[in-house]
Structure formats: C-alpha cells, structure tokens
Design a protein around this ligand. Structure first.
Ligand code: ZN
Length: 148
C-alpha cells in the first residue's frame, strides 16, 4: 500500500526520525517492513523537508552524511623560514673563505685589522644579500652621478 501521509504516519515519522534517531532510509525501511507501507527514502526526505524537520548530527543506523570538519590541506613543502643574516661576522681578510661576503666592515676608527662581512654570498655575487644591495645601489648612484 502506497503511503498516505495521515497524522498518525506523520507522528510516527517524527517519532522515528527525531526521538529514535532513525536515518531517513531506516524510517523508509521501518515503514515498509513493520507497517507494510511502501515509501521510498526520497519520499521521507521530501516529507521531512515539507514539514521543516531537521536533525543535527549523525543518525543511529547509518552515517549518511558525516559532518565535514575543516581540515587544512597539508602543504607539500614544509615551511622553512628564510634565514636572513644582517649582522656582519667581522672576519679578517685572511680568514675569509670562498662564498663569504667580501664587503669591508672595518670600524670607522680604522684601528686594527681590516674586517669583512663574511656572511654567505648571494648566488652569483661576491657579497651577501644585504651588501650586494648596498654595493649595487652605490654603483648605480655613482654611474648616475657620472652621467649628470
Ligand atoms: Zn655582507
């Protein structure tokens, strides 16, 4: 027998769905198997929608829709903070190695050995990132000065 939404059936629907926490599919199965009323899950869904009945959480019989929790996608590359060395190491020229900044950082009073930055060079440069910028800007300003 096809379902006729009588008050009793609607009350049974509410009871099964809300109080006994049946899933919509389980309500449909209960109706057809226990009450002999043919009703599809879609009919249950439609009736619940029309009645404005909603239920939070996961149902008793099957987790039709698990609540989606926000999970950030794992980034493919781990975050590696870029180390920016700004303080010169003050290395004497004799100890200055390959790939170490050759920017002269001798103290203004001029006493003692000549000391150099010694930080790792920017690739393709004889200076570290900071001093490459300093030298490059100074050189450009010098060229601009010549042209004027
Ligand atoms: Zn440097």
């Amino acid at each position: 027998m096809r379902i006729t939404w009588t008050d009793e059936i609607i009350e049974e629907l509410k009871h099964l769905f809300i109080e006994r926490r049946f899933s919509k599919g389980a309500v449909a199965r209960f109706f057809s198997e226990k009450l002999g009323i043919e009703v599809t899950r879609n009919a249950i869904v439609g009736k619940l929608n029309r009645l404005g009945i909603k239920r939070e959480g996961v149902t008793q019989f099957c987790a039709e829709r698990k609540p989606r929790l926000f999970q950030p996608k794992p980034s493919r590359q781990p975050f590696v903070p870029q180390v920016v060395v700004t303080e010169p190491r003050m290395v004497p020229f004799a100890e200055l190695g390959d790939g170490e900044c050759q920017y002269e950082c001798t103290n203004a009073d001029g006493v003692g050995d000549w000391l150099f930055c010694g930080n790792p060079c920017k690739s393709g440069s004889a200076f570290c990132r900071k001093h490459h910028g300093v030298v490059w800007v100074r050189a450009r300003k010098a060229r601009v000065g010549e042209a004027a």
